[in-house]
Design a protein around this ligand. Structure first.
Ligand code: TXA
Ligand code: MG
Length: 374
Protein backbone atom coordinates (compact mmCIF):
# COMPACT_ATOMS: atom_id res chain seq x y z
CA UNK A 1 0.00 0.00 0.00
CA UNK A 2 2.66 2.42 1.15
CA UNK A 3 5.09 1.36 -1.56
CA UNK A 4 2.39 1.82 -4.24
CA UNK A 5 1.78 5.31 -2.94
CA UNK A 6 5.47 6.09 -3.07
CA UNK A 7 5.94 5.15 -6.70
CA UNK A 8 2.85 7.08 -7.82
CA UNK A 9 3.99 10.23 -6.08
CA UNK A 10 7.56 9.80 -7.21
CA UNK A 11 6.40 9.65 -10.81
CA UNK A 12 4.64 12.99 -10.53
CA UNK A 13 7.69 14.68 -9.02
CA UNK A 14 10.21 12.99 -11.29
CA UNK A 15 8.32 14.23 -14.30
CA UNK A 16 8.58 17.72 -12.86
CA UNK A 17 12.32 17.37 -12.42
CA UNK A 18 12.78 15.90 -15.91
CA UNK A 19 10.90 18.82 -17.43
CA UNK A 20 13.42 21.20 -15.97
CA UNK A 21 16.62 19.25 -16.29
CA UNK A 22 16.54 20.09 -20.02
CA UNK A 23 15.51 23.71 -19.54
CA UNK A 24 17.99 26.59 -19.56
CA UNK A 25 18.73 27.72 -16.01
CA UNK A 26 17.14 30.90 -14.71
CA UNK A 27 19.67 33.76 -14.36
CA UNK A 28 20.67 34.19 -10.73
CA UNK A 29 21.38 37.80 -9.82
CA UNK A 30 24.03 38.22 -7.16
CA UNK A 31 23.26 40.23 -4.06
CA UNK A 32 24.29 43.79 -5.02
CA UNK A 33 22.67 47.13 -5.67
CA UNK A 34 22.78 46.71 -9.43
CA UNK A 35 21.02 43.32 -9.25
CA UNK A 36 18.35 44.72 -6.96
CA UNK A 37 17.70 47.53 -9.48
CA UNK A 38 17.63 44.99 -12.31
CA UNK A 39 15.08 42.84 -10.46
CA UNK A 40 12.90 45.88 -9.73
CA UNK A 41 13.04 47.00 -13.38
CA UNK A 42 12.15 43.50 -14.59
CA UNK A 43 9.07 43.40 -12.35
CA UNK A 44 8.01 46.95 -13.30
CA UNK A 45 8.15 45.98 -16.98
CA UNK A 46 5.96 42.89 -16.57
CA UNK A 47 8.55 40.21 -15.75
CA UNK A 48 8.30 37.68 -12.93
CA UNK A 49 11.14 36.54 -10.68
CA UNK A 50 12.13 35.29 -7.26
CA UNK A 51 13.07 37.68 -4.49
CA UNK A 52 14.21 36.90 -0.95
CA UNK A 53 12.01 37.84 1.99
CA UNK A 54 12.65 37.22 5.69
CA UNK A 55 10.27 34.20 5.61
CA UNK A 56 10.86 32.36 2.30
CA UNK A 57 11.65 33.38 -1.30
CA UNK A 58 8.64 34.87 -3.11
CA UNK A 59 7.83 34.73 -6.84
CA UNK A 60 7.02 38.36 -7.58
CA UNK A 61 5.06 40.21 -10.26
CA UNK A 62 3.50 43.65 -10.62
CA UNK A 63 0.20 43.00 -8.80
CA UNK A 64 -1.90 45.10 -11.22
CA UNK A 65 -0.48 43.50 -14.40
CA UNK A 66 -2.89 40.65 -15.25
CA UNK A 67 -0.53 39.01 -17.75
CA UNK A 68 2.35 38.87 -15.26
CA UNK A 69 0.07 37.64 -12.45
CA UNK A 70 -1.40 34.91 -14.68
CA UNK A 71 2.18 33.81 -15.46
CA UNK A 72 2.79 33.25 -11.74
CA UNK A 73 -0.16 30.85 -11.54
CA UNK A 74 1.02 29.11 -14.69
CA UNK A 75 4.66 28.77 -13.56
CA UNK A 76 3.73 27.46 -10.11
CA UNK A 77 0.94 25.18 -11.31
CA UNK A 78 -1.23 26.97 -8.78
CA UNK A 79 -5.02 26.57 -8.82
CA UNK A 80 -6.80 29.81 -9.78
CA UNK A 81 -8.92 29.84 -6.60
CA UNK A 82 -5.84 30.36 -4.40
CA UNK A 83 -5.18 34.11 -3.97
CA UNK A 84 -1.79 35.82 -3.74
CA UNK A 85 -0.32 38.08 -1.07
CA UNK A 86 0.42 41.67 -2.12
CA UNK A 87 3.75 42.90 -0.78
CA UNK A 88 4.01 46.58 0.06
CA UNK A 89 6.81 48.81 1.32
CA UNK A 90 4.88 51.29 3.48
CA UNK A 91 2.00 51.24 5.94
CA UNK A 92 0.27 53.97 3.91
CA UNK A 93 -0.05 51.49 1.03
CA UNK A 94 -2.08 49.20 3.28
CA UNK A 95 -4.63 51.94 3.81
CA UNK A 96 -4.79 52.52 0.02
CA UNK A 97 -5.84 48.90 -0.43
CA UNK A 98 -7.79 47.97 2.71
CA UNK A 99 -11.42 48.97 3.24
CA UNK A 100 -12.09 50.19 6.73
CA UNK A 101 -9.81 47.84 8.70
CA UNK A 102 -10.73 47.33 12.39
CA UNK A 103 -8.66 48.96 15.13
CA UNK A 104 -7.09 45.62 16.09
CA UNK A 105 -5.61 45.48 12.54
CA UNK A 106 -3.86 48.80 13.27
CA UNK A 107 -2.48 47.28 16.48
CA UNK A 108 -1.12 44.28 14.58
CA UNK A 109 0.49 46.53 11.96
CA UNK A 110 2.07 48.78 14.60
CA UNK A 111 3.51 45.78 16.42
CA UNK A 112 4.62 43.49 13.61
CA UNK A 113 5.22 45.40 10.35
CA UNK A 114 7.51 45.20 8.61
CA UNK A 115 7.62 41.48 9.34
CA UNK A 116 6.21 37.97 8.86
CA UNK A 117 2.52 38.86 9.14
CA UNK A 118 -0.09 38.91 6.34
CA UNK A 119 -3.44 40.60 6.91
CA UNK A 120 -6.46 39.49 4.90
CA UNK A 121 -8.76 42.48 4.63
CA UNK A 122 -11.76 43.73 2.68
CA UNK A 123 -10.77 45.55 -0.49
CA UNK A 124 -11.28 49.26 -1.05
CA UNK A 125 -14.02 49.95 -3.60
CA UNK A 126 -12.65 50.98 -6.99
CA UNK A 127 -9.72 48.54 -7.06
CA UNK A 128 -9.52 45.99 -9.87
CA UNK A 129 -12.15 43.33 -9.02
CA UNK A 130 -9.57 40.55 -9.46
CA UNK A 131 -6.68 42.26 -7.57
CA UNK A 132 -5.11 39.82 -5.11
CA UNK A 133 -6.28 36.76 -7.00
CA UNK A 134 -6.20 35.21 -10.45
CA UNK A 135 -7.06 37.75 -13.18
CA UNK A 136 -10.00 35.58 -14.32
CA UNK A 137 -11.64 35.62 -10.91
CA UNK A 138 -13.21 38.10 -8.57
CA UNK A 139 -11.64 38.65 -5.15
CA UNK A 140 -13.53 40.41 -2.32
CA UNK A 141 -10.64 40.27 0.10
CA UNK A 142 -6.94 40.85 -0.28
CA UNK A 143 -3.91 39.49 1.60
CA UNK A 144 -1.28 42.17 2.32
CA UNK A 145 2.18 42.00 3.86
CA UNK A 146 5.02 44.43 4.42
CA UNK A 147 8.17 42.29 4.53
CA UNK A 148 11.18 43.26 6.62
CA UNK A 149 13.90 41.82 4.36
CA UNK A 150 15.92 44.83 3.13
CA UNK A 151 16.27 43.42 -0.41
CA UNK A 152 12.52 42.79 -0.67
CA UNK A 153 11.71 46.27 0.61
CA UNK A 154 14.17 47.87 -1.82
CA UNK A 155 12.78 45.92 -4.80
CA UNK A 156 9.21 46.91 -3.92
CA UNK A 157 10.15 50.58 -3.53
CA UNK A 158 12.34 50.71 -6.65
CA UNK A 159 9.74 48.92 -8.81
CA UNK A 160 7.00 51.33 -7.73
CA UNK A 161 4.64 48.31 -7.70
CA UNK A 162 2.61 46.36 -5.22
CA UNK A 163 4.30 43.01 -5.70
CA UNK A 164 2.03 39.95 -5.81
CA UNK A 165 4.16 37.07 -4.58
CA UNK A 166 3.40 33.52 -3.52
CA UNK A 167 6.26 31.37 -2.27
CA UNK A 168 8.68 30.71 -5.18
CA UNK A 169 8.17 26.96 -5.42
CA UNK A 170 6.08 24.63 -7.57
CA UNK A 171 2.67 24.08 -5.96
CA UNK A 172 2.92 21.33 -3.34
CA UNK A 173 6.68 21.36 -2.76
CA UNK A 174 8.44 22.85 0.29
CA UNK A 175 8.87 26.63 0.08
CA UNK A 176 12.35 27.80 -0.97
CA UNK A 177 14.65 29.17 1.69
CA UNK A 178 17.65 29.54 -0.66
CA UNK A 179 18.12 30.67 -4.27
CA UNK A 180 19.16 27.18 -5.40
CA UNK A 181 15.82 25.79 -4.16
CA UNK A 182 14.06 28.15 -6.59
CA UNK A 183 16.45 27.17 -9.39
CA UNK A 184 15.63 23.48 -8.77
CA UNK A 185 11.91 24.11 -9.34
CA UNK A 186 11.87 26.47 -12.35
CA UNK A 187 13.47 26.77 -15.78
CA UNK A 188 14.23 29.96 -17.71
CA UNK A 189 11.15 31.19 -19.51
CA UNK A 190 8.90 29.98 -16.73
CA UNK A 191 10.38 32.73 -14.60
CA UNK A 192 12.82 35.49 -15.59
CA UNK A 193 15.30 35.82 -12.71
CA UNK A 194 16.24 34.81 -9.18
CA UNK A 195 17.59 37.52 -6.91
CA UNK A 196 19.99 35.73 -4.56
CA UNK A 197 19.84 37.00 -1.00
CA UNK A 198 21.42 33.90 0.55
CA UNK A 199 19.57 31.74 3.08
CA UNK A 200 16.52 33.51 4.48
CA UNK A 201 16.52 34.25 8.22
CA UNK A 202 13.01 32.92 9.01
CA UNK A 203 12.31 29.78 7.02
CA UNK A 204 8.52 29.45 7.43
CA UNK A 205 5.86 31.43 5.58
CA UNK A 206 4.18 34.40 7.30
CA UNK A 207 1.32 34.16 9.77
CA UNK A 208 -1.88 34.86 7.80
CA UNK A 209 -4.56 36.66 9.84
CA UNK A 210 -8.06 37.39 8.60
CA UNK A 211 -9.04 40.83 9.92
CA UNK A 212 -12.47 41.05 8.26
CA UNK A 213 -14.42 40.08 11.42
CA UNK A 214 -14.86 41.07 15.06
CA UNK A 215 -11.81 39.10 16.15
CA UNK A 216 -8.66 38.08 14.30
CA UNK A 217 -8.75 34.61 12.77
CA UNK A 218 -5.39 32.93 12.18
CA UNK A 219 -5.65 31.25 8.79
CA UNK A 220 -2.03 30.05 8.77
CA UNK A 221 0.26 29.95 11.82
CA UNK A 222 3.71 31.50 11.51
CA UNK A 223 6.38 33.33 13.46
CA UNK A 224 3.80 35.76 14.88
CA UNK A 225 2.11 33.40 17.34
CA UNK A 226 -1.50 33.60 18.60
CA UNK A 227 -0.11 34.73 22.00
CA UNK A 228 1.80 37.60 20.37
CA UNK A 229 -1.32 38.69 18.46
CA UNK A 230 -3.46 38.46 21.62
CA UNK A 231 -1.03 40.59 23.59
CA UNK A 232 -1.12 43.55 21.20
CA UNK A 233 -4.82 43.41 20.25
CA UNK A 234 -6.31 42.49 23.63
CA UNK A 235 -8.40 39.94 21.71
CA UNK A 236 -8.13 36.16 21.74
CA UNK A 237 -7.50 35.23 18.10
CA UNK A 238 -9.34 32.22 16.71
CA UNK A 239 -7.37 29.51 14.99
CA UNK A 240 -8.96 28.48 11.70
CA UNK A 241 -8.46 24.83 12.62
CA UNK A 242 -10.53 25.40 15.76
CA UNK A 243 -13.41 27.18 14.03
CA UNK A 244 -16.28 25.80 11.99
CA UNK A 245 -15.84 28.58 9.44
CA UNK A 246 -15.66 27.59 5.79
CA UNK A 247 -12.00 27.43 4.69
CA UNK A 248 -10.99 31.06 4.34
CA UNK A 249 -7.42 30.54 3.15
CA UNK A 250 -8.01 28.54 0.00
CA UNK A 251 -4.34 27.57 -0.08
CA UNK A 252 -4.67 25.60 3.14
CA UNK A 253 -6.76 22.89 1.50
CA UNK A 254 -4.10 21.89 -1.02
CA UNK A 255 -1.28 19.43 -0.46
CA UNK A 256 1.69 21.39 0.85
CA UNK A 257 5.31 21.38 1.89
CA UNK A 258 5.59 17.73 0.92
CA UNK A 259 8.84 15.94 0.17
CA UNK A 260 8.78 13.25 -2.52
CA UNK A 261 8.82 10.33 -0.08
CA UNK A 262 6.00 9.73 2.41
CA UNK A 263 6.80 11.15 5.82
CA UNK A 264 5.82 9.84 9.26
CA UNK A 265 5.72 12.49 11.97
CA UNK A 266 6.83 11.14 15.34
CA UNK A 267 5.72 12.77 18.57
CA UNK A 268 7.13 11.79 21.96
CA UNK A 269 10.26 12.22 24.04
CA UNK A 270 13.64 11.90 22.38
CA UNK A 271 14.51 8.52 23.89
CA UNK A 272 11.26 6.95 22.67
CA UNK A 273 11.61 8.54 19.23
CA UNK A 274 15.20 7.27 18.89
CA UNK A 275 14.12 3.75 19.94
CA UNK A 276 11.20 3.81 17.48
CA UNK A 277 13.43 4.89 14.61
CA UNK A 278 16.01 2.24 15.43
CA UNK A 279 13.26 -0.42 15.42
CA UNK A 280 11.96 0.80 12.05
CA UNK A 281 15.45 0.75 10.58
CA UNK A 282 15.90 -2.82 11.76
CA UNK A 283 12.60 -4.00 10.29
CA UNK A 284 12.66 -2.26 6.88
CA UNK A 285 16.23 -2.94 5.73
CA UNK A 286 15.37 -2.85 2.03
CA UNK A 287 14.28 0.78 1.92
CA UNK A 288 16.38 3.88 1.97
CA UNK A 289 15.24 5.60 5.12
CA UNK A 290 15.39 9.33 5.78
CA UNK A 291 15.60 10.42 9.41
CA UNK A 292 14.94 13.99 10.51
CA UNK A 293 15.57 14.69 14.17
CA UNK A 294 16.64 17.34 16.67
CA UNK A 295 20.26 17.42 17.84
CA UNK A 296 19.22 15.83 21.14
CA UNK A 297 17.58 12.84 19.45
CA UNK A 298 20.51 12.62 17.04
CA UNK A 299 22.79 12.19 20.05
CA UNK A 300 20.51 9.36 21.31
CA UNK A 301 20.60 7.68 17.91
CA UNK A 302 24.39 7.63 18.05
CA UNK A 303 24.09 5.23 20.97
CA UNK A 304 21.70 2.88 19.14
CA UNK A 305 22.75 0.79 16.12
CA UNK A 306 20.89 2.34 13.14
CA UNK A 307 20.74 1.02 9.59
CA UNK A 308 23.90 2.32 7.87
CA UNK A 309 22.20 3.34 4.67
CA UNK A 310 19.80 5.65 6.50
CA UNK A 311 20.19 9.35 5.71
CA UNK A 312 20.13 11.26 9.00
CA UNK A 313 19.54 15.03 8.87
CA UNK A 314 19.49 17.28 11.90
CA UNK A 315 16.85 19.99 12.38
CA UNK A 316 18.80 21.73 15.12
CA UNK A 317 18.66 22.13 18.86
CA UNK A 318 15.30 21.24 20.42
CA UNK A 319 15.40 24.40 22.51
CA UNK A 320 15.80 26.63 19.44
CA UNK A 321 12.60 26.56 17.36
CA UNK A 322 14.05 29.43 15.28
CA UNK A 323 16.85 27.12 14.11
CA UNK A 324 14.39 24.31 13.38
CA UNK A 325 12.16 26.68 11.37
CA UNK A 326 15.16 27.87 9.37
CA UNK A 327 16.34 24.33 8.53
CA UNK A 328 13.08 22.45 7.98
CA UNK A 329 12.41 23.03 4.27
CA UNK A 330 16.05 22.65 3.22
CA UNK A 331 16.07 19.24 4.97
CA UNK A 332 12.83 18.16 3.25
CA UNK A 333 14.31 19.16 -0.12
CA UNK A 334 17.55 17.34 0.72
CA UNK A 335 15.60 14.09 1.20
CA UNK A 336 14.31 14.48 -2.39
CA UNK A 337 17.89 14.82 -3.64
CA UNK A 338 18.96 11.79 -1.57
CA UNK A 339 16.03 9.88 -3.07
CA UNK A 340 14.88 8.30 0.19
CA UNK A 341 11.84 6.01 0.17
CA UNK A 342 10.38 6.97 3.52
CA UNK A 343 11.04 9.67 6.12
CA UNK A 344 10.72 9.46 9.90
CA UNK A 345 10.65 12.98 11.29
CA UNK A 346 10.60 14.18 14.88
CA UNK A 347 7.93 16.77 15.66
CA UNK A 348 9.04 19.42 18.17
CA UNK A 349 6.82 21.00 20.85
CA UNK A 350 3.74 22.99 19.80
CA UNK A 351 4.56 26.12 21.84
CA UNK A 352 5.04 29.53 20.18
CA UNK A 353 6.82 29.04 16.87
CA UNK A 354 6.42 25.27 17.42
CA UNK A 355 2.75 25.62 16.39
CA UNK A 356 3.80 26.80 12.92
CA UNK A 357 6.57 24.20 12.64
CA UNK A 358 4.15 21.40 13.53
CA UNK A 359 1.53 22.79 11.12
CA UNK A 360 4.03 22.50 8.23
CA UNK A 361 5.36 19.12 9.37
CA UNK A 362 1.84 17.66 9.69
CA UNK A 363 1.08 18.82 6.16
CA UNK A 364 4.38 17.42 4.88
CA UNK A 365 3.39 14.14 6.55
CA UNK A 366 -0.12 14.41 5.08
CA UNK A 367 -1.53 13.84 8.54
CA UNK A 368 0.51 10.69 9.38
CA UNK A 369 1.31 11.40 13.05
CA UNK A 370 2.57 8.61 15.30
CA UNK A 371 2.62 9.11 19.09
CA UNK A 372 5.51 7.02 20.33
CA UNK A 373 5.98 6.02 23.94
CA UNK A 374 7.35 3.00 25.73
O1 TXA B 1 5.82 34.46 4.01
C1 TXA B 1 4.98 34.43 3.11
O2 TXA B 1 3.77 34.62 3.32
C2 TXA B 1 5.47 34.14 1.68
C3 TXA B 1 6.38 35.29 1.27
C4 TXA B 1 6.85 35.18 -0.15
O3 TXA B 1 5.74 36.52 1.51
N1 TXA B 1 4.36 34.01 0.78
C5 TXA B 1 3.55 32.92 0.78
O4 TXA B 1 2.59 32.99 -0.21
O5 TXA B 1 3.67 31.99 1.54
P1 TXA B 1 1.69 31.73 -0.61
O6 TXA B 1 0.89 32.18 -1.76
O7 TXA B 1 2.57 30.57 -0.84
O8 TXA B 1 0.74 31.52 0.62
C6 TXA B 1 -0.24 32.51 0.92
C7 TXA B 1 -1.37 31.92 1.72
C8 TXA B 1 -2.19 30.91 0.93
O9 TXA B 1 -2.58 29.87 1.80
C9 TXA B 1 -3.39 31.74 0.48
O10 TXA B 1 -4.55 30.94 0.29
C10 TXA B 1 -3.55 32.72 1.62
O11 TXA B 1 -2.23 33.01 2.06
N2 TXA B 1 -4.17 33.98 1.14
C11 TXA B 1 -3.64 34.93 0.35
N3 TXA B 1 -4.56 35.89 0.07
C12 TXA B 1 -5.68 35.53 0.72
C13 TXA B 1 -7.01 36.07 0.81
N4 TXA B 1 -7.35 37.19 0.19
N5 TXA B 1 -7.91 35.40 1.54
C14 TXA B 1 -7.58 34.26 2.19
N6 TXA B 1 -6.36 33.69 2.13
C15 TXA B 1 -5.44 34.30 1.41
MG1 MG C 1 3.21 28.69 -0.80
Amino acid sequence: MLRGGVSQRSKVKDQRLENHSEAKPVPILASCQESISQAAAAIASGGIGAIPTETVYGLGADAVNPVAVARIYEAKGRPGDNPLILHIASREDFFRLADNPPSYAHALIDAFWPGPLTLVTKKKPGLQPWLGGHPNRKADTIGIRMPSHPMALTVIKASGCFIAAPSANKAGTPSPTRADHVAADFGFGEIDFILDGGAVPGGLESTVVDVTGEVPVILRPGAISPEMAAKVTGLEPLLLSETTLAPRAPGMKYRHYAPKAPMMLLVGDERDIAAYIAAQCASVQAEKIGILVTSQTRAMLDTIPVNNSAAVLTLGDKTSPETIARNLYACLRQFDILNVDIIYAEGPSQDGLGLAIMDRMKKAAEGRVIHVSN
